[in-house]
Design a protein around this ligand. Structure first.
Ligand SMILES: [Zn+2]
Length: 247
C-alpha cells in the first residue's frame, strides 16, 4: 500500500497508528445496543451483516494461533499444527457451533389436513454438542414425541432442527428446552415430549473420567404434560425404539 504524505510530515506525525476495531467487538456492541442476548447457546445469525462471518473466521483463527503459542506449541516449525488455527476457526463457526452463527435450516410446515391426532415418536436422532464449561463434546441421542396439532412437518426435519439447536455450546438441560421451543414454533403440536440421553466428554475425558456415565433428561409439554398415560406411552415407545437398537 502506498500513501502520499504532505511534505514536511514524517509518517509518524501524519498517520497515528490506529488498530482496526475487531469484528467481534463491532458485533458485540451492536447486540448490546439492541439488548439482544448472546449467550453461548443463543443464535445471533440475524444480527450478522454480510461478510462479517468471513471476517470473524479470520479473527478467531488469529486468536487460536495465539492460544497455541500460549500453550508453547511451535506452530512455526510443527507441520502438524501449522494450519490448526484456521481449521479450528472454521470448525467452530461453520460446523460444531454453526447453530450460533447460521440461520435455522428452512423447514416448511403443512396443514394437518387428515386431522392426525395419534402420537408418534422420532428417534434416535444423533446429537452432537459441546459443553459450555469446557467446550468438549456432548454426544448422544434424542427422541421426539409429537401429538399433532394444526400443522405438521416432515420426519427428517426434526433431525435438521435438532442438529441446528445442538450445534452450540450448551448445558444439556437448556438444550432440550431450546429444542422444544423451536419445534413448538415450527409445528404447534398439541403435545410435545423430548428425551435426550448423552455422554459428556468433560466427564469421560477429564475430571472424574467416568466412561459410562450418561445424562438423561426430558421435557414434556401440552397433552404429554397433562395426560400421564400419554407421557407413559412416549417413554414406552422410546424404550421400544432403543431395544430395537440393542441398547
Ligand atoms: Zn464440561
Amino acid at each position: 500500500m502506498t500513501s502520499t504524505l504532505p511534505s514536511g510530515l514524517s509518517a509518524r506525525q501524519a498517520a497515528p497508528v490506529t488498530t482496526p476495531i475487531p469484528v467481534s467487538l463491532r458485533i458485540r456492541e451492536r447486540l448490546q445496543k439492541e439488548a439482544v442476548p448472546f449467550l453461548a447457546n443463543d443464535n445471533i445469525s440475524e444480527h450478522l451483516r454480510e461478510g462479517e462471518l468471513d471476517q470473524l473466521e479470520i479473527e478467531v483463527a488469529g486468536k487460536v494461533r495465539e492460544l497455541l503459542r500460549s500453550l508453547v506449541i511451535d506452530i512455526d516449525n510443527d507441520h502438524n499444527t501449522e494450519e490448526t488455527a484456521e481449521r479450528v476457526a472454521k470448525m467452530y463457526l461453520h460446523e460444531v457451533f454453526k447453530g450460533r452463527y447460521h440461520e435455522q435450516p428452512k423447514i416448511a410446515s403443512f396443514p394437518n389436513v387428515k386431522q392426525l391426532d395419534e402420537i408418534y415418536t422420532v428417534g434416535p436422532i444423533s446429537i452432537r454438542s459441546a459443553c459450555s464449561h469446557h467446550l468438549v463434546p456432548i454426544l448422544g441421542n434424542c427422541w421426539i414425541g409429537i401429538k399433532p396439532g394444526e400443522r405438521v412437518i416432515g420426519l427428517s426435519k426434526f433431525s435438521r432442527v435438532a442438529d441446528w439447536v445442538f450445534s452450540r455450546p450448551h448445558i444439556q438441560e437448556e438444550a432440550v428446552i431450546i429444542l422444544a421451543d423451536e419445534i413448538e414454533r415450527l409445528c404447534e403440536p398439541l403435545g410435545l415430549a423430548i428425551l435426550v440421553k448423552a455422554q459428556h466428554y468433560c466427564m469421560k475425558w477429564r475430571g472424574v473420567k467416568e466412561p459410562q456415565t450418561s445424562m438423561v433428561n426430558s421435557v414434556v409439554r401440552g397433552d404429554f404434560r397433562h395426560d400421564p398415560s400419554l407421557k407413559q406411552e412416549f417413554f414406552e415407545l422410546v424404550r421400544q425404539q432403543e431395544s430395537m437398537l440393542g441398547n
